[in-house]
Design a binder for this molecule. Structure first.
Ligand SMILES: NC(=O)c1ccc[n+]([C@@H]2O[C@H](COP(=O)([O-])OP(=O)(O)OC[C@H]3O[C@@H](n4cnc5c(N)ncnc54)[C@H](OP(=O)(O)O)[C@@H]3O)[C@@H](O)[C@H]2O)c1
Length: 310
């Protein structure tokens, strides 16, 4: 199959492209840089230089690749703890979700592609008790920072699923860990936790659904052939921040995180971070298992973390 990947040089992009190539697909990757193009070629795929905000250029790049499937893995978040950089990363990623997702679907339709598979997130559901499935509401009515993010996710998902010419699959990935992510030995959150610069807000009740990037890649392969629709892609062991934070600190040889009142944490780190660490609900992966036949190779974050950090 011919597959066009936007975002194929990132934390999930590279393991995904390697798997697609190993499965015999003919893969083209969009990248903004010569370095990205070199890495792509080293992984056995073709590279095309371009910027996803250049809509005509992106549509042309998709058309030239004549893909059967278009994969959207575009994000541009900050890799630093600088609040200004984080805010800018959110804004850039929001624009990618709102604008580039639409352009990719248009390009896919014009090129006669059969399907678009797009990256979404499993950590934008409305908070409250219980476990969330894909039909539960996003936190569109949350505080401004959260509703803005959930709104851009909603636009990405509607663009991906709303075409009458191309099938759509939305993958709501959990919190990535593994090489190149925030949770690897030199990753942002692991480094902050190791230096005791990542406090636990309040009771740390936010329930994380972790996901090894290799499992994100295997789910994406399954989504190329499986039934269209929306899927939560997380491991089998949802875990509150109050549990994984001290566990990871111990693996890093650090003291447990200190505690900060939620209000103060929100002031310093923003409403969305406070939601993640103290409010986000648990998420179920049962639909992906049933309909895509997907099974995570790293079903338990504890063993997964040990494979990365121990
Ligand atoms: N579910 C999750 O937990 C999740 C989701 C996303 C990101 N993250 C984390 O966020 C951190 C930062 O990652 P990141 O957002 O920089 O993603 P990343 O994983 O480094 O990849 C971003 C991808 O998007 C491409 N891209 C971005 N803007 C583009 C544009 N305007 N035009 C064309 N391509 C563009 C990049 O390509 P080029 O740079 O080659 O042009 C790259 O392939 C990572 O640690 C990652 O793990 C986590």
């Amino acid at each position: 199959m011919r597959i066009f990947v936007a975002g194929g040089t990132g934390a999930i992009g590279r393991p995904l492209v390697r798997r697609l190539v190993a499965a015999g697909h003919d893969v083209t990757v969009l990248t903004r840089s010569e370095d990205g193009a070199r890495a792509t070629r080293a992984d056995g795929a073709s590279a095309v230089l371009g910027d996803a905000f250049d809509a005509p250029g992106l549509r042309q790049a998709v058309a030239a690749a004549r893909p059967d499937v278009v994969v959207n893995q575009l994000t541009n978040l900050s890799q630093t703890s600088n609040p200004r950089a984080i805010k800018q990363g959110f804004e850039r990623t929001g624009r990618l979700r709102e604008q580039a997702s639409r352009t990719l679907v248009e390009g896919a339709a014009q090129a006669g592609a059969r399907r678009v598979v797009a990256q979404s997130i499993a950590f934008a559901y409305r908070p409250g008790p219980g476990t969330r499935g894909e039909d539960d509401p996003l936190y569109l009515d949350g505080p401004a920072q959260i509703s803005g993010l959930a709104g851009s996710i909603d636009q990405l998902e509607k663009a991906t699923l709303g075409s009458d010419k191309v099938e759509g699959v939305v993958l709501r990935y959990g919190a990535f860990y593994g090489p190149g992510t925030y949770y690897c030995p030199d990753g942002l959150f692991a480094t902050m936790l190791g230096k005791r610069r990542l406090p636990q807000p309040g009771r740390g009740r936010g329930v994380f659904g972790f996901l090894h990037v290799d499992d994100a890649a295997s789910a994406t392969l399954a989504a190329i052939d499986g039934p269209p629709g929306t899927y939560n892609i997380v491991d089998d062991a949802p875990v509150p921040a109050s549990e994984w934070m001290p566990y990871l600190a111990r693996l890093l040889g650090a003291k447990p995180p200190y505690h900060l009142p939620v209000g103060l944490f929100r002031l310093v780190a923003g409403a969305y971070s406070a939601y993640l660490f103290d409010e986000q609900p648990a998420v179920s992966n049962s639909r992906a298992k049933e309909r895509l036949g997907w099974q995570p190779a790293h079903p338990q974050w504890r063993a997964g973390f040990e494979s990365i950090f121990a």
